[in-house]
Design a protein around this ligand. Structure first.
Ligand SMILES: Nc1nc2c(ncn2[C@@H]2O[C@H](COP(=O)(O)OP(=O)(O)O)[C@@H](O)[C@H]2O)c(=O)[nH]1
Ligand SMILES: [Mg+2]
Ligand SMILES: [Zn+2]
Length: 356
């Protein structure tokens, strides 16, 4: 194995040579844990931490290493290393919660972002669009993996693919099934040696299953989709990079529920066009559709003209979106308020039920 096989290129070598960290060796971040990283070079793998100075100098989350980053390291012992610096990124995949300053780096130095959707109830063109926006923002080429094609009749599948092709003209679509193995050869052929691919998509669409298939072994735990919600339970615990036999590099992403849904209230609105159309006719213009008199949305639910689950899902997502659009200060305030409330409650309990 060579550094090239880990995705290293002249772009990074130039930065390494010209940076003040030129004397150190480089490694790639292949996994992110709570307070440490797993990094890999040609011969070794280390558990690595950043220095206190780096933490102090970081002005935002973006300054911290992310999976896919190339970092300069010094070895502490055969198992552990210290990250001295992050080499400039070629591309960056990040999740923006709103126009406020909260962003989260999903992965760095990605060549292609696979937006994975499953044919079935999870399928959603607006969400795909949001994944593409994220990819485009980071200078990354997007592609679509349409998974679980075993669940749809051919006619339905054809119409979905033509829908996608109509709306997203220049984006490749790879239909797959990890049950019948259809399309897996095409997916494997799409993945090139030494290039890095990030799998994005709601939990339950089959990202981990696809990567297991590409690896040819069940390296990642997958989860049964809950019968009740039609969504996968969260099983993958961290973001992680895997190396395929043919030389491709892939990154699995756990818990991607928020990515498309909570990033803007406009997005939530798009997903629920039906509710938005009704909402305009509510008595109060700032109606929250939860309890107000003259609420047309509640009325539609009551008369079974609007699906009850859709309504509660809408409320949940709206709340989520509002939370992400709060500034960090507002969030802290809200969390503190909640803490005060809990403490007050436990004091009241102690008073009402004194322990003798
Ligand atoms: N029918 C069908 N089920 C699949 C397919 N791929 C994955 N699944 C199932 O979908 C569920 C979620 O898969 P998983 O890989 O954990 O999804 P992830 O959350 O995106 O990583 C599991 O029960 C898988 O067995 C597929 O192509 N067809
Ligand atoms: Mg998974
Ligand atoms: Zn209303």
């Amino acid at each position: 194995m060579k550094l090239k096989d880990l995705g290293y290129s002249p772009f990074f070598e130039n930065s390494r040579r010209t940076s003040c960290l030129g004397g150190l060796s480089v490694a790639r971040v292949i996994a992110e844990h709570k307070e440490a990283y797993r990094v890999k070079n040609v011969t070794d793998e280390y558990l690595a931490k950043i220095t206190g100075k780096q933490m102090f100098n970081a002005s935002s989350r973006e300054d911290y290493p992310a999976v896919g980053d190339w970092v300069s390291i010094s070895e502490l012992d055969p198992e552990r290393a210290v990250i001295r610096g992050v080499l400039p990124r070629k591309t960056i995949l990040k999740k923006k919660y709103s126009d406020k300053n909260a962003t989260q780096v999903i992965a760095a130095n990605i060549d292609v972002a696979f937006a994975v959707e499953s044919v079935g109830r999870d399928y959603n063109l607006n969400r795909l669009e949001r994944y593409f926006a994220i990819a485009k923002d980071g200078n990354i080429k997007p592609a679509i993996v349409l998974n679980k094609i075993d669940l749809a009749p051919q006619a339905e599948l054809d119409s979905k693919i033509s829908q996608i092709n109509n709306r997203f003209k220049d984006i490749d679509v790879i239909p797959t099934s990890t049950v019948t193995d259809k399309g897996l050869d095409e997916l494997a052929a799409y993945i090139k040696k030494g290039k890095t691919y990030c799998f994005l998509g709601s939990s339950g669409v089959g990202k981990s299953s696809l990567i297991n298939k590409l690896l040819g072994e069940d390296a990642i735990k997958t989860s049964a989709v809950s019968e009740h919600t039609g969504r996968g339970k969260h099983t993958t615990s961290g973001r992680q990079m895997y190396f395929l036999k043919d030389g491709g590099i892939v990154i699995d992403n756990p818990g991607m529920r928020e990515i498309g849904m909570a990033d803007s209230s406009a997005g939530v609105k798009n997903v629920f066009d039906e509710i938005s159309a009704l909402a305009g006719k509510c008595k109060f213009s700032d109606c929250t559709h939860t309890h107000e008199p003259g609420c047309v949305v509640l009325d539609a639910v009551k008369h079974e003209k609007l699906d009850k689950d859709k309504h509660s899902n809408y409320l949940k997502l709206k709340k989520e979106a509002e939370y992400y659009q709060m500034t960090d200060l507002e969030k802290r305030r809200k969390d503190r308020k909640f803490g005060q409330f809990v403490r007050k409650l436990s004091r009241a309990k102690a008073r009402d039920f004194p322990i003798r």
